[in-house]
Ligand binder design. Structure first.
Ligand SMILES: *Cc1c(COP(=O)(O)O)cnc(C)c1O
Length: 372
């Protein structure tokens, strides 16, 4: 029995039920489902929220990455540097375009791209780099942008887990050439289905992306380039417009819960740093005995998740690239030791206390056995 869920979307829905159902009904009454007024309005509102000129709604966060890379000119023969610890979408969009993902290691403390490791992997074929703001913590954009400038690389930010996060005051997605958002239901701003968006700083890039999401056509039925059918739909946009104004408060609530975990778990496990601008999509701790502890927590009714058990360079689909265990040790360690605890804006303090108590209980025997 799950007593403390890792995520409970019903609590959020209950608080917005009237507004969301009204927004959905409006779209149903209008019967304008594809690229209607809500998509246009959400593009404007999300661009303003993220501090960019323009935003282009697409069908998913994965498609946002795919179309951004295509717009950056990535294709067969190119290499794209990707952190080895992320969701598979960060890498498979690269291979979908016929290019090769080149995996870099992550930093021990941030779970994010290690710029020194990335620098060591730049080659004459490197065309782009994808910093991922994993778990809601901004990656080292200063380092990434400096590396990109040195080598003329396009920077595609994977902001799927970090909408509203900031690096040195700048919103994520506003620093690279392209910023990619996901509205997958469990993300910090989640829709009622799939959805995504690409943030850009100029109208020319936005126009190119609008062409790529609609079969390469600017004018209906005239295709200038190879494109896709990848649009954010009007129902999702209407729902997301209800939710977007709440995102700052939700992200703040996540930070408050992270603070409480930090107190409750002090001395028990290694907890993530409270860096400014972190929006805690996940609250992820390191545990040497991770799988056993996760089982003990499940028995105590506390739901946890392993994001992600297999690093990208060791995925079966990339076996042909020839990576071996040991090549990227920090990514591999994270895959072995990272455990994400319940985290969402409506999580209650008494539930966090239960998580802490269950963790303490799960870790006690191991502590007694440990040699002093
Ligand atoms: C969710 C996610 C994506 C993909 O987004 P979808 O909307 O599910 O396609 C890409 N990268 C990361 C890091 C993600 O967490």
């Amino acid at each position: 029995m799950i007593e403390v869920p890792i995520l409970d979307l019903q609590r959020q829905f209950r608080s917005l039920r009237g507004e969301i159902t009204a927004a959905v009904l409006d779209v149903l009454e209008a019967q304008h489902f594809i690229l209607g007024p809500n998509v246009t309005a959400l593009e404007r509102e999300a661009a303003a929220f993220c501090g960019v000129e323009e935003a282009v709604g697409v069908a998913s966060g994965t498609d946002a990455l795919l179309l951004a890379l295509a717009a950056a000119g990535v294709g067969p023969g190119d290499e794209v540097i990707v952190p080895a610890f992320s969701f598979i979408a960060t890498a498979d969009v690269v291979s979908l375009l016929g290019a090769t993902p080149v995996f870099a290691d992550i930093e021990r403390d941030s779970f994010n791209l290690d710029v020194r490791s990335a620098r060591a992997r730049v080659s004459p074929r490197t065309r782009a780099i994808i910093p991922v703001h994993l778990y809601g913590r901004p990656a080292d954009m200063e380092g990434v942008l400096a590396l990109a400038r040195e080598h003329g690389l396009a920077v595609v930010e994977d902001c799927a887990q970090a909408m509203g996060a900031r690096f040195g005051g700048a919103p994520v997605g506003s620093m690279g050439d392209y910023g990619c958002l996901s509205f997958f239901p469990s993300k910090n701003l989640g829709g009622c289905g799939d959805g995504g968006m690409i943030l850009v700083r100029d109208g020319e890039r936005a126009a190119q992306l609008r062409m790529l999401r609609a079969h390469g056509s600017r004018r209906k039925y005239v295709s200038e380039v190879q494109g896709w059918n990848s649009r954010l739909d009007e129902l999702q946009a209407a729902i997301l417009r209800v939710k977007l104004p709440h995102l700052p408060a939700w992200n703040e609530a996540r930070r408050e819960r992270a603070l409480l975990y930090r107190e409750l778990l002090a001395g028990l496990v290694e907890t993530p740093e409270m860096t400014p601008g972190h929006v805690f999509h996940q609250y992820t701790v390191w545990l040497r005995d991770r799988d056993r502890v996760a089982r003990a927590l499940a028995e105590a009714g506390v739901q946890t998740f392993v994001y992600y058990p297999v690093p990208l360079h060791l995925q079966p689909m990339y076996a042909h690239l020839g990576y071996r265990a040991g090549d990227l040790p920090e990514a591999e360690r994270a895959a072995r030791e990272a455990l994400s605890l319940p985290m969402f804006p409506e999580l209650r303090a008494d539930e966090q206390e239960r998580v802490a108590a269950a963790l303490r209980y799960a870790l006690e025997p191991a502590m007694e056995e440990a040699p002093c």
